[in-house]
Design a protein around this ligand. Sequence first.
Ligand code: ADP
Length: 566
Amino acid sequence: MGTTRPNREETPLKSTMQDAQLTIGSVMHHGTRVHADSEVVTATADGTRSRTYDEVGRRAAQLAHGLRDLGIDADQRVATFMWNNVEHLEAYLTVPSMGAVLHTLNIRLFPEQLVYIANHAEDRVVIVDDTLVPLLAKELPRLETVTHVLVAGPAAADADLDALRASGKEVVLYEDVLAERPETFDWPAVDERDGAAMCYTSGTTGNPKGVVYSHRSAWLHSQAVATGNAAGIDFHDRVLPIVPMFHANSWGLAYAAMMTGASLCMPDRFLQAEPLVRFIQASRPTVSGAVPTVWNDVLSYLDGHDGVRLDSLRLILCGGSAVPVSLQRGLQERHDLYVRQAWGMTETSPVASAGLVPIGVDGDDQWAYRGTQGRLLCGVEGRIVGDDGSALPWDGASVGELEVRGPWVTGGYYHRPGDTDTGDSAEKFHDGWLRTGDVGTLDDLGYITLTDRAKDVIKSGGEWISSVSLENALMGHPDVVEAAVVGIPDEKWQERPLATVVVREGASVTPEQLREHLAASFAKWQLPDAWAFIDQVPRTSVGKFDKKVVRQGFAEGRYDVRVVEG
Ligand code: ADP
């Protein structure tokens, strides 16, 4: 890279190819026309409702007319406050295709963060699900730039619209906005590099940071997600995105389905194991994506219900946090469900790597690879960087921070104080690479193994102890439901691991037994000597272990800690 080819002409030979733009509009036109017969099935309280892609295309045009009449005629932000359902898909397609910017609000954010984000993005319109009206109504008066709220969903007319109106904003029913509008729309030409959608990181430290996806980045990312190395989707598939459309694009699965013509199964708010299993049986998805917690619950449910089978599912994409091998084995060996681990972050659209195993690796050997974060997808470059900023070898042993770059990796954050629009902030970028904040190794085949988040690493006597590996091993113990391991101050070793463990109901296990369980795969100095049994591991707004809160809990003496000497 960067070198000039010898004998190069002054003006390089131009391609003869057409300069078609990679836009969400093109995805929508393709999906709703070529795959007009595919469908979106949405879960309801007592069954399902469905719409064909053809209908979705017509309704997208109607929504575009309606939004235009509400003043959306350029790059204004249209926010969604919605579960995964067909109306959310309609917004996903319509808003960027109009040239406006879709802002998916995370319904699980703490109120202060939600208000900050909506004001920071200057959202003009919010589309809200009928069932989420009470949640939005509480914060709506503080959403300064919002002028209109559209209430969607089968029970929208029965929702407490007055609670929303109390904010002084215009409140209309989504279906009224669409009603009697033309089913075609004069979609504008959109530049592929313009903003299509935005998403904020959950901001565990400080205010959330906004990432703006372009049409092009969303297009390329969704194509990569559809390839065989990732979710491997085609139009015979039915895709169930359980990962929320309000969190990192539901991993590109919605657009990947539209691109390939795969049907979509949308779980709406029915995310507990029992209704989810019922929905899977009714809608028969072949591919699904969700964080490990969801599959953990599904596994417990299946283990407890003999004869319940999810035989339509051929591939479960799983990521967002480390996917324990014990979880993957449980699903595969007891229920014939295949899990593939993927890694990524809001800043990487999010999918950057996925864990199909190398050719010829099978049987028990496969688990060494299935526990990794997988191989980088074409389009994402990665490297492991040491403390001195230099790139380390791909040897599976040299540990450092993972850095990535590529066309669907962000190069900055939206309107950060002190930054220009796309300006760098030193702690997140390094010579044009995104610093992921994840620590681990790359092996000679390009498989990433993450051992920690930079802020969670445990350094004991100058050596790193992987909290993630300890947690995975603990969660592999039959009596353990969850475990979070953090570093606590130690006079002699600077830091030592504290294991906080949630024990399965009805089971009883001692720290000594758990240490013995770990001793099979860890050196003695890596074993936690401090133990606390807790009711639940604290979680962030996006459902990840919140180790900051665990460390705080320890510092404030809230845990009953038992020390076990080796
Ligand atoms: P946030 O950073 O706000 O928590 P993201 O959803 O963007 O939200 O989280 C990205 C982070 O999640 C990654 O940097 C990584 O730490 C973690 N993560 C995602 N997938 C995996 C995985 N398969 N294994 C381990 N960690 C993962």
